[in-house]
Design a protein around this ligand. Structure first.
Ligand code: MN
Length: 139
């Protein structure tokens, strides 16, 4: 077994994220494993672009209040201890709520080519507001 060092936390690229988001890489599989795990911390209002994952993605919320939204309009309010699975190919975004930070582990199976995540366009402020209103209505 291997006791791994804690990787440096980096700010995620503005090309794929809106607002201030920080990533601490936890694991990236080697050998026969293609497991990728990262701890992602979103500040209030921050979110990913729209995107999809070739092999799906598991989001495990550790702190705060956030949103996970799919193209069909489904809005999930994500709180500490809760889990969301986004199936392979489903376009979605995740982020903090308008008023709170949100931290989650993002867990996925990488592809052999290393292109498991397909990045799309940014989530507009209007889309973000609409999702927050929907989340508040169902809270
Ligand atoms: Mn995702």
């Amino acid at each position: 077994m291997e006791h791994r060092p804690i990787a440096a936390t980096v700010k995620t690229p503005a090309q794929h994220f809106t607002g201030d988001v920080y990533l601490t890489p936890v694991f990236s599989g080697d050998g026969t494993s293609r497991l990728v795990v990262g701890l992602v911390r979103f500040t209030p209002g921050a979110r990913t672009n729209w995107h999809s994952h070739a092999n799906g993605q598991l989001l495990q919320c550790t702190d705060g209040v956030g949103l996970v939204v799919s193209r069909d309009g489904t809005v999930i309010r994500l709180r500490a201890g809760e889990t969301v699975w986004t199936p392979a190919g489903e376009e979605h975004w995740h982020g903090g709520s308008a008023e709170n930070m949100m931290c989650h582990y993002a867990i996925l199976d990488e592809t052999p080519a290393g292109d498991a995540t397909t990045w799309l366009e940014p989530v507009t402020d209007q889309q973000y507001r609409t999702a927050n209103i929907a989340a508040n209505a169902t809270a």
